[in-house]
Ligand binder design. Structure first.
Ligand code: IMP
Length: 200
């Protein structure tokens, strides 16, 4: 079986290839297949958005597709920005806003909050052309810092203090982050399911 990775993010493609490469005959990125569509994330949950992405690309390619959707949930902000993480600070309905602006808005909205608890959440969906779905979730817990620390990673990494690494994701190497991240946990679960099925 061949697998399409529904992403254009080089780091994600590398991580998924490393973890799931052995289970599929061949892996493709969207770019490999010349697919350049922006699937509208119209779902209300990370799972729905990952499913919409995976199903759309699978119907287009007739191959198995893996897609993920992830984001930051801040307890004191009613779990915002959540599915709107990428476009938290966007104005006029833009699809995305810059990491810089998103981080600034998060700090502003947290100005008067002493409850800094937050978590990154990732939903991963593997969609087969038959319509079969395998879905997993990963969570990593931490706190929102009062100022950025470190410049590694992307998105909210410099503002996220990880309880598992005892430092911010911005101060962590990719290797360290991949040991504990929400996405790594969801992918590890998927790997376990595929391993079980292979041995059945
Ligand atoms: P995506 O679904 O992985 O593309 O993530 C959507 C948005 O959530 C990103 O644009 C980031 O703002 C945020 N996000 C998701 N995962 C991470 C992470 O590991 N570190 C920092 N920000 C993240």
């Amino acid at each position: 079986m061949e697998l399409v990775i529904a992403s254009n993010n080089k780091n994600k493609i590398k991580e998924i290839t490393q973890i799931l490469g052995n289970f599929f005959e061949k892996l493709y990125s969207l770019q490999d297949l010349g697919i350049n569509i922006d699937v509208a994330e119209t779902g209300k949950t990370f799972y729905e958005n990952a499913l919409i992405k995976a199903r759309t690309i699978s119907e287009l390619t007739q191959k198995a597709v893996i897609a993920d959707d992830s984001g930051l949930e801040v307890y004191a902000l009613n779990f915002e920005p959540g599915i709107y993480s990428a476009r938290y600070a966007s104005v006029n309905g833009e699809a995305n806003s810059s990491d810089e602006k998103n981080n600034e808005l998060l700090l502003k909205n947290m100005e008067k909050n002493s409850n800094r608890k937050a978590r990154f959440v990732s939903s991963v969906v593997l969609y087969y052309p038959s319509g079969r779905i395998i879905a997993t979730n990963g969570i990593t817990e931490g706190e929102i810092l009062y100022e950025k620390k470190g410049a590694n990673g992307f998105g909210y990494d410099p503002l996220f203090y990880s309880y598992e690494l005892n430092k911010s994701f911005g101060e962590s190497t990719a290797k360290e982050k991949n040991l504990v991240s929400h996405r790594a946990k969801a992918l590890a679960q998927l790997k376990d399911i595929l391993s079980l099925e292979k041995n059945m």
